[in-house]
Design a protein around this ligand. Structure first.
Ligand code: URA
Length: 209
């Protein structure tokens, strides 16, 4: 699918399989969520560029590559996205972290923003929106619209799992946003859960029900 990057590295797939298993407990699920987030984040940052700086190794001087260009902004969608921003920030500690909280209106079923706080100069940032599950696409689309209203221009969406329905809707509303996912599953069920999926990602990460 156009603009969708399926990260089918064997290590990623192995970790995802353990996470899908309903017998995997909270501790292991959380650990694997962090590891998977880092592997997906690494792929989503492949387009970043290097500039060169002079350094002294113990043996000689050299011109060595260093991250250059735009600032990085990690934007988890609350609450399941938090595990992803924590994990990715471990390897890009200079990244700024913003947050978006959305809930679904019980009558209209539309996502309503209840919290948002973003780094300054979002327009100058490479923005990574983080949510483990791209299901109907409702929250992702709303989050991307909110970020664009705040000036974000270069945005990528990173998730563990995506449903074809969510990918199609997201691309329709935000064709400029690339999606990075470890799997594209079969479908959504009548409760908008991804099938075969891994259940409720937030509940499995935080041990709630
Ligand atoms: N959110 C989840 O946590 N799981 C799904 O399957 C769909 C949305």
């Amino acid at each position: 699918m156009k603009n969708t990057h399926l990260i089918n590295h064997p290590l990623v797939q192995h970790k995802l399989t353990i996470m899908r298993d309903k017998n995997t407990g909270t501790k292991q699920f959380r650990e694997l969520s962090k590891e998977l987030s880092q592997l997906l984040g690494y792929e989503a940052m492949r387009h970043l560029t290097n500039s060169y700086m002079e350094i002294d190794t113990p043996l000689t001087k050299m011109s060595a590559p260093t991250l250059s260009g735009k600032k990085l902004a990690l934007i988890p969608i609350l609450r399941a996205g938090l595990v992803m921003s924590d994990a990715i920030a471990d390897f890009v500690p200079h990244a700024k972290i913003g947050h978006i909280g959305l809930y679904r209106d019980p009558e209209t079923h539309l996502p309503i923003e209840y919290y948002s706080k973003f780094p300054t100069e979002l327009d100058l940032c490479e923005v990574f929106v983080l949510d483990p599950m791209l299901a109907t696409g409702g929250s992702a689309i709303a989050a991307l619209s909110i970020l664009k209203e705040h000036g974000a221009k270069n945005i990528k969406f990173v998730c563990f799992l995506a449903a074809p329905e969510g990918i199609a809707k997201l691309h329709e509303s935000h064709p400029d946003v690339d999606i990075y996912t470890a799997a594209i599953d079969e479908k959504l069920n009548e409760n908008s859960y991804i099938v075969p999926g891994l259940g409720d990602a937030g509940d499995r990460i935080f041990g709630t029900k």
